[in-house]
Design a protein around this ligand. Structure first.
Ligand SMILES: Cc1cc2nc3c(=O)[nH]c(=O)nc-3n(C[C@H](O)[C@H](O)[C@H](O)COP(=O)(O)OP(=O)(O)OC[C@H]3O[C@@H](n4cnc5c(N)ncnc54)[C@H](O)[C@@H]3O)c2cc1C
Length: 395
């Protein structure tokens, strides 16, 4: 196992770092450190312009093959780019769902026409995507989706409701899990449809979160329509495609995020110094533990990279989501204790929160989305340790 980056990788790192430094200037300078979880509403239009600027320079979707306007970057290079992006405190990406979830899914399961139609909009930041999986009664038990789609001539017609749909209010398209066959067993009657958001049959209702912002939404389909060929994979065979997307969500894209976490920890330490919390022996131990956790994440990311073949997740990769989400949620709690009594006061009413307050509130969600901690443990038990499958409750 070789945990080092090669000289070529380091040259790529220098190129990415220089580009980010040279371009996060002028109108884009104020976007540093803004956007991302808990702060998605900040400078949305400006961040969309940044997304398009990145895309025009070839710095979005760098892992896509060159024939689909990516760079064909290796996994190491992708991780390096994520690291440098975090180091530069570059803004939260508005195209993250398209680049991280739908793009790789289309590359793996899409038709040639679908790749040619949809990948350029993701690369250039001209089409923003959201993920229409969860429903009021289908979260961890995703196969329970009830949103229906029926074929009407050359169009699918959708009826039903999604919930927790991140960024839906800013999205042009949604990939939607729909039930297309009520007679088939639960996992077999689902299709993966690509649905335009700007149409009369789609209503987006933002949900106000703990943070006071509305990053996710209820989405109602009421006779919404999409073309018959906007189905990824086979009709009724969408479960396999949906699981493919989830593997991308839980997988390699999170390997480079420790640098963003490291700057959050730095801010917490600086805050603890000003509030005097740094003198508390227990808090000091928690800071040390957090620092150690960062190193463990780094080491695990590197050994995952060194053992990965293609995009297949290894057992090391399977613990990534559970580990980072739990660590990050505890970091949010540490942030509150570093702030001391100030943690309970907003800068202004009712929701002018500091970055550390937002960190605390939003990290409560980390152990839920992308598969909750309990679900991650089941995946590790079944797939990494080979334990007998979880008993299924008859529905
Ligand atoms: C910030 C955020 C953003 C999100 N963005 C999106 C999005 O863009 N698109 C989208 O489709 N969804 C999104 N989600 C939804 C997310 O995928 C679901 O919240 C998640 O899958 C859990 O489903 P649920 O909320 O219905 O909880 P439930 O599935 O009802 O789970 C409730 C609790 O029961 C536990 N549990 C459930 N089943 C089991 C089991 N078999 N074994 C042990 N424990 C179990 C869970 O771990 C959890 O603690 C988002 C969620 C959050 C918090």
């Amino acid at each position: 196992m070789d945990l080092r980056f090669s000289d070529e990788d380091e040259a790529f790192r220098a190129e990415a770092r220089d580009w980010l430094e040279a371009n996060l200037t002028g109108e884009f300078a104020r976007l540093r450190g803004r956007g991302g979880p808990g702060d998605e509403h900040a400078f949305f239009e400006e961040r969309l312009a940044w997304e398009q600027h990145l895309g025009a320079a070839g710095w979005t979707c760098i892992g896509f093959p060159k024939e689909y306007r990516g760079r064909g970057a290796t996994l190491h290079e992708q991780v390096i780019f994520y690291e440098e992006y975090a180091r530069a405190r570059a803004p939260g990406r508005v195209g993250i769902v398209g680049e991280g979830l739908l793009g790789p899914t289309l590359l793996a399961f899409g038709t040639e026409e679908q790749k040619r139609r949809f990948l350029p909009g993701i690369v250039h930041g001209t089409e923003v995507w959201c993920q229409g999986y969860s429903e009021p009664n289908a979260g961890s038990d995703l196969a329970n989706v009830q949103t229906r789609a029926v074929l009407d001539g050359d169009e699918w017609v959708l009826d039903g409701q999604k919930v927790w749909t991140s960024l839906a209010q800013w999205s042009d398209w949604c990939f939607v899990l729909c039930r297309t066959n009520r007679d088939a067993p639960k996992h077999r009657g689902i299709s993966y449809l690509l649905v335009p958001m700007d149409q009369p049959g789609v209503t987006v209702q933002p949900i106000v979160q703990l943070t006071g912002t509305s990053e996710f939404n209820e989405v109602f389909f009421d006779g919404a329509r999409t073309a018959a060929d906007n189905v990824v994979g086979d009709v009724d065979g969408g479960w396999k495609v949906a699981m493919g997307t989830l593997a991308f969500e839980r997988g390699a894209s999170t390997l480079g995020q420790q640098l963003a976490f490291a700057s959050e920890l730095d801010e917490i330490i600086a805050t603890a110094r000003t509030t005097g919390a740094v003198d508390d022996p227990v808090l000091r131990q928690r800071i040390a533990d957090a620092w150690i956790g960062l190193r463990i994440m780094r080491a695990n990311a590197l050994r995952t990279l060194s053992r990965m073949v293609g995009d297949e997740l290894t057992p090391e990769g399977m613990i990534t989501k559970l580990y980072w989400a739990t660590w990050h949620r505890e970091l949010g709690e540490l942030a509150m204790d570093a702030l001391g009594p100030r943690a309970e006061l907003a800068d202004g009413g009712p929701y002018e929160l500091s970055a550390l307050q937002r960190l605390f509130l939003f990290t409560r969600a980390d152990t839920i989305y992308g598969g909750s901690n309990q679900i991650q443990r089941t995946i590790i038990g079944e797939r990494a340790l080979g334990l007998p499958p979880e008993p299924k409750v008859a529905s």
